[in-house]
Design a protein around this ligand. Structure first.
Ligand code: CMP
Length: 140
């Protein structure tokens, strides 16, 4: 399988509870390498741009407010089949449906405050990585 990169965000509910290291250990244990990482505070407008694909959803405003409520850690994960592997490590969007041992099963508080975001496909990953990182910041 090809080496890929995917965008990951450790969300405000997790940074608030000081879970960055525990979540990063899950990525690294699964063979994903963190090749870029920064802790930032999003404005609601920036969160809205990132999640523009969800603009028509009833939870959009709540989602953008939440993502701007505390710092987030944005990161690029690299590895074989990184997009799908990260989705497995994260678990289902709703923690009630997430498999045992996944990040969302262990740490997420609700479907909205679900600790992590991960790109859903290689094309999306390219766009989402470029949203937060310049090429110079990616050191594989
Ligand atoms: P994420 O993978 O970041 O992609 C979009 C996010 O929208 C998702 O994780 C959830 O945090 C959020 N989301 C999805 N469904 C709902 C919902 N029913 N209510 C609130 N937030 C939701």
């Amino acid at each position: 399988m090809a080496i890929e990169r995917t965008l990951s965000i450790i969300k405000p509910d997790a940074t608030r509870r000081n879970l960055t290291g525990k979540i990063n250990a899950k990525f690294e244990d699964a063979g994903l390498r963190i090749v870029a990482q920064k802790r930032i505070r999003l404005t609601k407008e920036q969160a809205g741009k990132f999640y523009a694909v969800h603009a028509a959803r009833p939870f959009y405003d709540e989602l953008c407010t939440f993502m701007a409520s505390e710092p987030v850690v944005v990161q690029v994960l690299e590895g074989e089949g990184a997009v799908q592997k990260n989705r497995q490590v994260m678990g289902a969007t709703n923690p009630a449906d997430a498999a045992e041992g996944t990040i969302r099963a262990e740490f997420a508080e609700s479907v909205g405050e679900n600790s992590v975001h991960g790109s859903d496909a290689p094309d999306t990953a390219k766009e989402e990585i470029a949203f937060f990182f310049s090429g110079l910041e990616l050191v594989g």
